[in-house]
Structure formats: structure tokens, C-alpha cells
Write a protein that binds this ligand. Structure first.
Ligand code: CA
Length: 259
């Protein structure tokens, strides 16, 4: 147990200084997402940390930053949650009771859980980091850490995790993202523009996720564009591929449909 490993600089901040992203705004005024939809749209994060004070602080900060956090105070509980619930990203402390962090990460990989893992640790030598990555973690952050760096690293892990491969499947259809050709369920082929393919590729890479218009605009289009560019391209996709190709989730954004 590393005493004080979480005290600085995280512990020095007053909560008012932590940049907090509000929950994503509904697309249409007056449209209120129901609880189930809200859980789908927020990235689900497993947080395994035995330092109760740090666990509580991170839970609050990450919730404020727009994550749906499942906290666990030991490795056994963390393993149970990781094997029984879906997550988009996990933060695992290295020094944990019951099952220590690297062992936990290795067990998850062996069980076929490939959710990105960020290891938190007071051990920061090159050898320690290598051991963390070799255990199957995607990232390794040494305590004490800055909360803004943690948030940036989580965003980077989510971006990488969402990156589509060379082709994506939607229902009975498929999109080849290299040639930008969509093959529909009835066998017809339709060519997409680069931005149409990027938009559909991102949605289809995570069909269970709802993407807000702001996130889609940020990731597919120029920052200077207004959010309505997303609606325009959803319209193009639907015109080419059928209305069902992109689903509107009222008040939240869009998710993949089927081809
Ligand atoms: Ca610990």
C-alpha cells in the first residue's frame, strides 16, 4: 500500500477546479432521454481501486466527466463486474487486495474480455510499465497523476477502441471502408462518399452505442462545421441505403441501424 500515492496533485484540487463536462445535451429541446438510454449513451467505466478516498473522488470526477462508473474496491469484485457487465473502458489500480491489478488484467484477457484497461500505479519504472503493458493493459499512469491527464488518456483509449476496421457489418449488409462500397442485404452495392463512409464506419464499429451529434461532428467532420452537418450526412446515408441504416435516438443522437 502506497501511503499518500493519491494525495498530489489530485488531492490538492478543489472540486470547483476540475473541469466537468456536463451530460450530453439532448438534440431537441424538450426531449428528455429515459434512464436506459442514458446508460447506453454514457461510456461505461469500471473503476477498481482499494483506496476508498481515491475511489470516491475518482467516481465523482469521472461521473461528472460523463462516464457511467461502476466502482469496485478489490480485485475480486472488479473481476466479477468485468466478467458480467459490458464496459467501454476500465481503470485498474495495480496494488489491490484479493487479486492484484496486473493479475486481474491478465485474467480478463484470458477470458476474452478485450475492453481497454488503464493501470494506475505508484510503481513507475520502465520495468513496471512494461510489466503493465505485457499483462494486457493499453495504458499505464503513475500516481500521483493529474486528473486532466487521466481524462485525456481515457478519451484516447475510447477513440482507439471505437476505430472501425477495414469493413463493418450491419445486419445482413456490409460496408467495405477501404473501397467505400456498401453491400445491402438484397445484394445491391452502393458507393459512399468518404465522409459518408467515415460516419457509417464509426457508428457501425460500435452498434450498441449512441453517439451524440457533437461527438460525431468532432470525429468525422471539420471542427468548424455546425452540428447540423451530421444530420445532413445521416440524410444522405438514409437516401442511399434506406431509412433503417441509421437510427435516431430521440434527445441523444444516432446509432447504427442495419443495411
Ligand atoms: Ca492500491
Amino acid at each position: 500500500m502506497m501511503t499518500g500515492d493519491s494525495q498530489r496533485p489530485v488531492g490538492k484540487r478543489r472540486s470547483g477546479e476540475i473541469p466537468q463536462k456536463p451530460l450530453r445535451k439532448p438534440d431537441h429541446p424538450g426531449a428528455v432521454p429515459d434512464a436506459e438510454e442514458l446508460l447506453t449513451v454514457l461510456p461505461r467505466l469500471l473503476l477498481v481501486e482499494d483506496d476508498r478516498e481515491l475511489l470516491g473522488m475518482l467516481d465523482r470526477v469521472l461521473t461528472g466527466a460523463g462516464y457511467h462508473v461502476a466502482p469496485a474496491a478489490d480485485g475480486q469484485r472488479g473481476l466479477h463486474l468485468a466478467l458480467t457487465r459490458p464496459f467501454e473502458v476500465m481503470i485498474i489500480d495495480r496494488g489491490l487486495p484479493a487479486i492484484e491489478g496486473l493479475d486481474l488484467t491478465m485474467r480478463l484477457r484470458k477470458q476474452g474480455v478485450h475492453t481497454p484497461v488503464l493501470i494506475l500505479s505508484a510503481y513507475g519504472t520502465v520495468g513496471d510499465r512494461v510489466a503493465g503493458l505485457d499483462a494486457g493493459a493499453e495504458d499505464y499512469l503513475v500516481k500521483p497523476f493529474d486528473i486532466e491527464e487521466l481524462l485525456a488518456r481515457l478519451r484516447a483509449l475510447l477513440r482507439r477502441h471505437d476505430s472501425p476496421g477495414a469493413s463493418v457489418t450491419l445486419g445482413a449488409g456490409q460496408v467495405d471502408l477501404t473501397t467505400r462500397v456498401a453491400r445491402l442485404a438484397d445484394g445491391r452495392e452502393v458507393e459512399l462518399s468518404p465522409r459518408e463512409a467515415d460516419l457509417l464506419g464509426l457508428l457501425a464499429a460500435r452498434p450498441e452505442r449512441v453517439f451524440s451529434r457533437d461527438e460525431l461532428r468532432e470525429r468525422v467532420f471539420d471542427a468548424a462545421e455546425s452540428a447540423s452537418i451530421v444530420d445532413t450526412y445521416v440524410h444522405y446515408l438514409r437516401r442511399k441505403l434506406g431509412r433503417q441504416v441509421v437510427r435516431t435516438v430521440r434527445g441523444l443522437g444516432y446509432r447504427a441501424g442495419r443495411l
